[in-house]
Design a protein around this ligand. Sequence first.
Ligand SMILES: NC(=O)c1ccc[n+]([C@@H]2O[C@H](COP(=O)([O-])OP(=O)(O)OC[C@H]3O[C@@H](n4cnc5c(N)ncnc54)[C@H](O)[C@@H]3O)[C@@H](O)[C@H]2O)c1
Length: 432
Amino acid sequence: MKICMIGTGYVGLVSGACFADLGNSVWCVDKKSEKIDLLNNDQIPFFEPGLEELVNKNYASNRLKFTTDLKLAVRNSDIVFICVGTPTLKKSRSADLSHVFQAATEISKFINKFKIIVTKSTVPVTTGDKIEKLISKKKSKRLFEVVSNPEFLREGEAIRDFRFPDRIVVGSNNKKVTKKLETLYDPLIKKGAKFFSTNRRGAELIKYASNAFLATKISYINELANLCEKTGVNIEDVSLGIGLDKRIGSRFLRAGPAFGGSCFPKDTKAVTVTGDVFNTDLSIIKSVIKSNDKRRILLTNRVKKILSNKIKNKKIAFLGVTFKPNTDDMRQSSSLSMIPFLLKKGARISYYDPSGEKKEFSKLKNLLFHDNVSDACKNADLVIIHTEWEEFKALDFKKLYRKKKFKIYDMRNLYSVELMRKKGFSYYSIGR
Ligand SMILES: NC(=O)c1ccc[n+]([C@@H]2O[C@H](COP(=O)([O-])OP(=O)(O)OC[C@H]3O[C@@H](n4cnc5c(N)ncnc54)[C@H](O)[C@@H]3O)[C@@H](O)[C@H]2O)c1
């Protein structure tokens, strides 16, 4: 099929490359010319395991093309996916839909024959209705159909998630169009993905309901970890004990820092706005947002406590600053609030992240990036394991001590409490 992806970010580029790999002809469009230039010069604008090989392979075979020319891409496609960002509006809980509506306005100018316009971006219920209204001001309704096909891939596992999704959700009120999308996804359905179709608003809500539910699971186990710390119970036993119940399931029950990333924080907020608009109090999701905000403060206070409230001139090393491993995405990572707070209190901080130095920290004083664990930990008073990158899972702490012993705050429970204590380390973790 002839496809166009508008927005060449984590979702647009990964799905575009994967669609091309299935044999489709794909145009990837972005309004940022520097992104498109990089892609046309064999470079990937962000880190996602396996993506470079996949993009290069399909680019070489001419199935995958990159352009800033939306007209060219839309005119040459039958299916147009909107994959632009929907961040939180400044000083608000609402999703900023300006990129979505801008993309829809641009598409409307170039519809020359029947197009299926698919929102892959996460958008609040009724956004599809609004896009349809917007385009129908310019083009006859016979020339297009607006469909919702939310994306569920995870950064760091994006290619695998695209190829082996649990389910593909398509929301449309037009059976013929639903069938066309089912055909597009047929290679994945044949490998076991479930195809679920509903109406457009239903698909839009399924995405928010999924993310809010997963965020709830994380906050739930995080709060229980707080109770475990006070009662001498091991949170990992609790996670395993409840996860064995098939009705609950064992995933997303690992206690850690506040959840971050480009999806859960913004999507939980946005869905509560939808609730408000439709006069429905989504009180559970609202309390998850509060709980998560509190957690950022709670863990920072724990750091203070570990350092006996003496932060001034203490050297703290952060291992990992991204919100999760295998991505360079810093959006809403809890390190973004923790590090500036500790710096303000007089700490000197060094950090190492396998995905490299972060522009988000470039203006902060007393903060240094190192390109390896041992330099980052040199002379540290406290080492914080913030992100569970593979390379932090078997560290030789004795070797890292070098001149000075440091305390360890393992926010990902990567090590055994008993073993660490036996070895004489001053070791703290979450809910244990
Ligand atoms: N990142 C994820 O893990 C993930 C997973 C599932 C769903 N989503 C959703 O998918 C959407 C995209 O997320 P992302 O992380 O890929 O965003 P992103 O910020 O990485 O990429 C969006 C891209 O769209 C481009 N863009 C914006 N307006 C444009 C326009 N009018 N024309 C052309 N290009 C335009 C931007 O320049 C940017 O490169 C969001 O709604 C997000 O919630 C994201």
